[in-house]
Ligand binder design. Sequence first.
Ligand SMILES: Cc1cc2nc3c(=O)[nH]c(=O)nc-3n(C[C@H](O)[C@H](O)[C@H](O)COP(=O)(O)O)c2cc1C
Length: 78
Amino acid sequence: MGIAVEHFILQADELGLGTCWMGLFDEKKVKRALGIPRDRKVMALLPLGYFGEALAQRGHSRKTLEEMSSFNGWNMRE
Ligand SMILES: Cc1cc2nc3c(=O)[nH]c(=O)nc-3n(C[C@H](O)[C@H](O)[C@H](O)COP(=O)(O)O)c2cc1C
């Protein structure tokens, strides 16, 4: 399930859409709102949509790959 969700998120990003992996929600309320049968388990929610004007202009600020990863050991780069 995790792999499927991650692929969904990556594809959404590729298409310029915004989404968010949500694992914290009231499952009963979600099932009621979406008409999901009681014997089904809701593992995650993925809202999907276009970025608002402000966020689209500002963009995401991300740490660089070097800042948040290591290879073959702590703080090793090569
Ligand atoms: C397993 C998992 C569950 C998550 N559940 C929630 C959630 O219920 N609500 C929420 O606001 N963010 C949740 N997040 C965090 C967002 O999906 C997202 O990773 C976070 O907001 C950082 O987004 P950014 O990297 O685009 O800034 C969850 C992330 C993961 C990996």
